[in-house]
Design a protein around this ligand. Structure first.
Ligand code: NAP
Length: 396
């Protein structure tokens, strides 16, 4: 089969997992910087299906591959193994065959609890760790093996808890934000002085681009990519609460045994509901319940010693909170996900209230040009290109 070359001048990359939280931000930034990017979704190329991978790369010959794909965090062993491990290594094999760099995203889930953990640290590979952690750790180890023995040009980027816009699955940090905003966290599910590291999706693409442009320095290496200062979980929760002007969660620390007991009760309730035909599931984050009670901070020393310069050194999860809260609350309210009372603040023009209660009056006001919720398109006739179907043929 003939393969497609990139249509623009920029390097041509394939980002697997490009519809996700991390992948989406990389796709967006790389396109903005003029890279030619393809981001096949899992229907077009599933990492669980080696034939998909083979036929996709028979068609496209990129200059690099970035893998940010993961199966659901609570996926069964088969899916976790097939997608997170076998799929990741199959992509590495493609990269090796094409002699191009492979950027793999891993997770702090491979690390034990502790402070200032380094890139060399990891959990022992055993049956006891979660399927997610096991598959990530195995991938890291096989990539190192392929790098050392078969010349794979790879970089592993280990992320901490990720924060940023466009987490449409509402996972991890954003699940916690949701629980607070929805007032379904009556007390603090942690204990004092529990610290974690956080990774910012606005900074990740800058690092990936730097890593790709400096292969000599970054090839065959693992890097922690997180904000330099760890964050106390209780302080973060209480700061979110204060931005939202809520009374809960109250500043009461729920002891871990009670939290475990609560989780077990929920599990029993879910099983009971299933018996009477009501299908519901445990929030997958509850499998990380213990982590809310244990510090885990990542050393960023190696990152800081590297040639990479943080593009937004002043930015932290705290400085991003107002923007993230505004973004997610607007989105969750619009999707009717919030069970608590919505707040007027997020619709300053109050047009949605009019839409809800007085649609006829709203329409009249619009037609009489008393208000306009529309954009005013202004185009310069001498600018812009009309892309033909042919030049876009390789886009998904
Ligand atoms: N989010 C965090 O807090 C966090 C923390 C530490 C590390 N990480 C790491 O960062 C990376 C990205 O995570 P994320 O939070 O951005 O994940 P995400 O939002 O859940 O996105 C997962 C992506 O994987 C794709 N995918 C799922 N199954 C696939 C399959 N069988 N074949 C191909 N693609 C498939 C999905 O594509 P479709 O939608 O098309 O199925 C989606 O684009 C992962 O390696 C993760 O381990 C994330």
């Amino acid at each position: 089969m003939a393969y497609c070359a990139p249509s623009s001048a920029g390097p041509f990359g394939i980002i697997v997992g490009g519809s996700g939280l991390v992948g989406g931000s990389i796709v967006y930034h790389f396109k903005k910087w003029g890279y030619d990017i393809l981001a096949p979704n899992s229907k077009k190329m599933s990492l669980a299906n080696p034939d998909d991978i083979a036929s996709y790369f028979n068609k496209y010959r990129p200059d690099f591959i970035i893998n940010t794909a993961i199966a659901a965090i609570d996926a069964n062993p088969k899916l976790a193994f097939d997608v997170n491990y076998v799929g990741s290594i199959n992509l590495a094999k493609v990269a090796m065959a094409l002699k191009i760099p492979y950027i793999f995203f891993s997770s702090a889930a491979v690390l034990p609890p502790g402070l200032n953990l380094r890139e060399e640290d990891h959990l022992p590979l055993s049956a006891d760790i979660t399927n997610y952690a096991k598959s990530k750790l195995m991938s890291e180890m096989t990539l190192r093996h392929l790098g050392e023995n078969e010349g794979l040009d790879y970089t592993t980027i280990r992320l901490a808890i990720v924060y940023g816009k466009h987490d449409h699955k509402i996972q991890g940090f954003h699940r916690m934000l949701f629980a607070i905003a929805d007032q379904s966290m009556p007390v603090l599910l942690t204990r004092p002085r529990v610290y974690h590291s956080y990774s910012n999706t606005r900074k990740i693409p800058h690092f990936v681009r730097h890593v790709l442009s400096n292969r000599e320095e970054f090839s065959g290496q693992t890097f922690h990519f997180a904000d330099p200062n760890p964050v106390e979980l209780a302080q973060l929760i209480l700061t979110i609460r204060s931005y939202l002007e809520l009374k809960s969660p109250r500043e009461v620390y729920l002891p871990l045994p009670m939290a475990r007991f609560g989780a077990t009760c929920i599990q029993h309730l879910i099983r009971f509901l299933a018996k009477i035909g009501i299908k519901t599931r445990m929030p997958p984050e509850l499998m990380f319940l213990e982590n809310f009670y244990q510090s885990q901070t990542l050393s960023c020393e190696k990152l800081q010693r590297s040639s990479f310069q943080d593009p937004f050194p002043e930015e932290t999860v705290f400085t991003r909170l107002p923007d993230l809260i505004q973004y997610y609350l607007t989105r969750w309210e619009q999707l009717n996900l919030m069970t608590s009372k919505t707040q007027d603040f997020f619709d300053p023009q109050k047009l949605s209230e009019e839409f809800l209660r007085n649609p006829a009056q709203l329409l009249e006001a619009i037609h009489e040009r008393k208000l306009s919720p529309f954009m005013e398109p202004r185009f310069n006739p001498s600018c812009g290109v009309r892309k033909s179907a042919a030049t876009r043929s390789h886009h998904c």
